[in-house]
Unconditional design. Sequence first.
Length: 196
Amino acid sequence: MRAVPAARMLHPGIHEGYRKRSSAMSTVDGVRTLAKGGTGEELTAAPTLLATAVRTLLRHQDALLQEAFGRLSVVVNYEGRDELLAAAEAFEGNLTASVHAEPGETDLVRPLLARLRERAGRLVFNAWPTGVAVTEAMHHGGPYPATTAVLHTSVGSAAIGRFLRPVSYQGMPQDLLPEALRDDNPLAVPQRVNHA
């Protein structure tokens, strides 16, 4: 990880937010830096990996559980099932939650997934979240504060639902319907008629 170069961030506001969150998290008593990537030019951020224990996470939730938009991760070491579940219950709404486990850990993972399901829009097993893509299968949303529209995804084909206000036309003559809704479909938009 130390060999990974810093990456340019989208704009100064995002960069400043990352810098502040990274600094606030890494200076918490009981948090140590495991690895930090290379430095770069202005508006870049080095990938950073921090580590702490559950008791520190629970004591400093305000500092450690706020989003750091950028390449920063915190490994939280736990001792036993109770600590693991307590850590999971501390999370607020998130876009994703990744669980890494070994075969035979089903009894440990099942209650963990039950808690994370209430706190994340996408559950990932033994992998890292993919980037976002405009595909049918993409879901990029989750409970507040990860998103303010918990019923919709912000990326992917279904994302259009976030930006629509449903209007129903009942018994409307064809010539009064919007073109996209007419039976002759002059705009050639995908339509579903009678669930077909």
